[in-house]
Ligand binder design. Structure first.
Ligand code: PEP
Length: 227
């Protein structure tokens, strides 16, 4: 199964950094992964024009759909028009700054309507983050959504759950919500990426801090070259 390595750059980067990534990142050796780049919105078109081999992701989108007088907002429709294939929704850093379950649902629904795959981030309290209608949408679009298990305690801390714990939670999420694609995120580095990506049934990993370091990301993608 081809797994996704989803690079969440958060509020980081520069044109220079984007250029160095495009020119230096290795190609997949054996097509065992697809690289999904969630850079700040302003870099996405640029990346696509320079190197269409990357899959584009947005880190968020507006709760509003379509086009119109919404200063500062970026809709899923606009993101679709530049070739974005994935949108991260409900990241804990956004939930901490005001995204509630209703706005996360609205973003997810807009992504799905625009044929973009939402990557719905949930933490250990996923029962309270997934409302009935979010669950209904997950089940109805089970092949077109990704659920990302991202324990808040692991994000940016270097402290991850054990591989067994991640495996168990992923299995529980799959049987509870029926979603086919489930990824893990939280302090994935070149030290643990092989173990995480090797979890049976996992669809990929979200990589935050480590995805900003070219050597680190290269080692995650092509570990054999770095042994
Ligand atoms: C994230 O914030 O989605 C993430 C995975 O971050 P980090 O890898 O830095 O823990």
């Amino acid at each position: 199964m081809t797994k996704l390595v989803i690079c969440n750059w958060k509020m980081n980067g520069s044109v220079q950094l984007v250029d160095s990534f495009i020119s230096s990142l290795p190609q997949s050796n054996d097509s065992c992964w697809n690289l999904v780049i969630a850079m700040p919105h302003v870099f996405l078109s640029y990346v696509n024009s320079k190197s269409p081999r990357f899959k584009l992701a947005a880190q968020d989108c507006s709760i509003y759909g379509g086009f119109g007088a919404r200063t500062g907002e970026i809709s899923a429709d606009i993101l679709a028009s530049i070739g974005v294939e994935y949108i991260i929704v409900g990241h804990s850093e956004r939930r901490a700054h005001g995204d509630d379950v209703e706005s996360v649902y609205a973003k997810m629904e807009n992504a799905v309507r625009c044929n973009i795959t939402p990557i719905l981030c949930v933490s250990d309290d996923y029962e309270s983050q997934i409302t009935n209608r979010t669950e209904e949408l997950l089940r109805r679009r089970r092949d077109a959504v990704i659920l990302a298990y991202e324990p808040v305690s692991a994000i940016g801390t270097g402290v991850t759950p054990s591989i067994d714990d991640i495996r168990e939670t992923i299995t529980r999420l799959r049987s509870r919500y029926g979603v086919n694609s489930i990824a893990y995120g939280g302090s994935v580095t070149s030290d643990n990426a092989q173990d995480v990506m090797g979890i049976n049934g996992i669809s990929g990993a979200l990589v935050g801090g480590a995805s900003l370091k070219l050597r680190e990301l290269s080692a995650i993608l092509n570990p054999r070259e770095f042994i």
